[in-house]
Design a binder for this molecule. Structure first.
Ligand code: NAD
Ligand code: DAU
Length: 336
């Protein structure tokens, strides 16, 4: 394998994956293809941008001509991270989620088919399975039952990926992982929002009762899982990836406040998210047994390191929070 096209490589997980692959495989050529939406930031990959085996293409995965031009150069594998990724934004404006997540995926698949790309890996999410009650875990055979426009668009993409395998025999894989956290996480998402609000003494908005459960996975463990699936995944297979680390949102908030030495009086319960999934939890037996993956980070270590990263990289998030993010924040939280 020589040339890998990584889409969405200027976002949170994609940038961590670009860095991971460049360091581990200096012999690979990495093409980072990203539209640089509000969530894309070239600062996230600034430390590897000068490497000889790295190049950046500014573009939209739904742009047939541009995607074709890149793929015709000879791509061995595509790893698709590019997406609109925030559930709350999908409730406000679903259209762009369908365009990027569904149409964009189909454009990538079609070009990959045309130019006989050897492997196509779709980075999906556990949210395609919907919501769990207090018991049970999502396995790869759990029926798909998405509840938000975001998860519905990711499910549509997954079904197209599956269809390109069944119909055209393409070597595809889908990974479905739980909530990631770690460096470069955009501050609209729970963990970075709580850290940055706490560091600036702002209220912490907790949706509803705050007892919703997520299964937190350190982004570095996720990158290793994708690397394994990219190299050893069986064609057509789906792999769930989870941290085996379930926490309620309130537990997360309290842990962070304690760690940064701030009072729980900053917590403010606000109106719940519409269609809010109550609990996600992943059964990662398949990737563990078939590919030998397991998470290495404990949550205690991961959250400490993550908080330290936000403390040490204040300029990164202050710049984000002083731009268009400020209008978004007012719109979403002011009268909630
Ligand atoms: P992110 O929002 O931080 O980054 C998304 C990136 O995609 C940005 O760099 C953005 O500029 C780019 N992008 C958006 N639309 C594009 C388009 N039309 N063409 C090209 N690039 C475009 O997202 P993330 O949290 O890093 O998530 C990455 C992927 O992982 C997504 O597919 C998401 O659904 C999936 N995922 C995320 C999590 C999580 O906890 N963050 C968990 C499971 C799955
Ligand atoms: O499970 C994987 C998914 O995890 C990914 O597919 C998504 O791209 C990613 O954004 C994430 O989705 P969530 O909706 O779980 O993440 P978010 O950080 O938005 O919210 C986590 C939980 O915290 C959720 O129950 C809603 C709650 N929440 C979130 C925000 C932003 C709050 O209580 N207050 C907040 O201000």
């Amino acid at each position: 394998m020589k040339t890998i096209m990584i889409t969405g490589g200027a976002g949170f997980i994609g940038s961590n994956f670009v860095r991971h692959m460049i360091k581990r495989y200096p012999q690979y050529r990495i093409i980072n293809f990203d539209l640089l939406t509000y969530a894309g930031n070239l600062e996230n990959v600034a430390d590897v941008a000068e490497r000889e085996n790295y190049s950046f293409v500014h573009g939209d995965i739904a742009d047939v001509v541009l995607v074709d031009n890149v793929m015709k150069q000879g791509i061995d594998a595509v790893v698709n991270f590019a997406a609109e990724s925030h559930v709350d934004r999908s409730i406000e404006d679903p259209g762009v989620f369908v365009r990027t997540n569904v149409l964009g995926t189909q454009v990538l698949l079609e070009a990959a088919r045309k130019y006989k790309v050897k492997k196509y890996l779709q980075v999906s999410t556990d949210e395609v399975y919907g919501s769990l009650g207090t018991a049970g875990l999502f396995s790869e055979t759990t029926p798909l039952a998405p509840n938000s426009p975001y998860s519905a668009s990711k499910t549509g993409a997954d079904l197209l990926v599956r269809a390109y395998h069944e119909t055209y025999g393409m070597h595809v894989n889908i990974t479905r992982c739980s909530n990631n956290y770690g460096p470069y996480h955009f501050p609209e998402k729970l963990i970075p929002l709580v850290i940055t609000n706490a560091l600036t003494n702002q209220e912490i908005p907790v949706y509803g009762d705050g007892l919703q459960v997520r299964d937190w996975l350190h982004v570095q463990d996720h990158c290793k899982a994708i690397e394994l699936v990219l190299h050893n995944g069986i064609a057509g297979e789906v792999y769930n990836v989870g941290g085996n680390n379930e926490r309620t949102n309130l537990e997360i908030v309290r842990t962070i406040l304690k760690e940064v030495g701030k009072s729980e009086s900053l917590i403010r319960h606000v109106a719940d998210r519409s269609g809010h999934d109550r609990r996600y939890a992943i059964d990662a037996t398949k990737i563990t047994e078939k590919l030998g993956w397991k998470p290495e980070y404990t949550f205690e270590r991961g959250i400490k390191e993550t908080i330290d990263w936000y403390v040490g990289n204040r300029t990164w998030w202050e710049r984000i929070r002083s731009g268009a993010y400020r209008d978004y924040y007012k719109k979403m939280y002011l009268n909630r």
